[in-house]
Ligand binder design. Sequence first.
Ligand code: ZN
Length: 330
Amino acid sequence: MKRSPVSPTVDFEQEGVQHGFLRLPHSRDDSAWGSISIPVTTIKGGEGPTVLLTGANHGDEYEGPIALFDLANRLKADEVTGRVIIVPAMNYPAFRSGTRTSPIDKGNLNRSFPGRPDGTITEKIADYFQRHLLPLADFVLDIHSGGKTLQFVPFAAAHRLADPKQEARCVAAMKAFAAPYSLMLREIDSVGMFDTAAEEMGKVFVSTELGGGGSASATTLAIARRGVRNLLVHAGVISAAPEHAASILLDMPSGDCYITCETTGLLEMCTDLGSPVHTGQVIARVHDIERTGTAPVEYRAARDGILAGRHFPGLIAVGDTLAVIAVPVP
Ligand code: ZN
């Protein structure tokens, strides 16, 4: 395998706090010998586990970058036993353009793993995480939210894994994060995800969806900050008391938790995030926007649960995820 074109300006083995960049050469019209400089902080205090904290895997999700740029400024080496590696904005080109995918190659970083050292810019970033950063980590927290097109109840997530011991470690870390909801997440499409890459390496991996709509609120940001700190405590990297908070455990027992839109039009949600829903209940109506005199199409819940996610923009199209229902675990 070829060498990664990414070179870090920090030494991950060095003690203390270092702020620098993951530098990826990118020759382009406005900078012939330019590079993409992805901010990175590494904080090492003696021997102990390594926690990798990432945000803006998708460029229009903000709880992660805000919480992590802030943590990078605050966390001191003498508070850390082990190592914390912070990348507040993984897909940095996407983050700078405020878009889910990269403006350079349209790459969705969270569908680009394991990446390629000689691929597109997004594939090169994925390859660096795959072969250089993930192997350093014992715990990985990747902070997502809904972005411009989705909105969720704030949850931390773990996946069902082939190895029950690894799954239990991931579930324990998810619960330690103490988001208002903790979800056993059934992915629509897990191929190429950072999650899958980390889990296949045996890491303890936690993801989140903390809100959405393309901005962060004070509430969702407080959840992110508390969760990051709690995860560092759980990993044993900082010694402090965890900040407890009630968390409702949710499951997604089957694929019918997803409601996919089959019409194009104006979205009328008939129930709000976090509300209980019942089998057969109308969740949303989609109105024809091309003519009057046409009845709206109704979308109904296929199972009992709560409304955990929804399409965010006012207009919706065929194939969009309209709603996500999750089932509280007693
Ligand atoms: Zn995301």
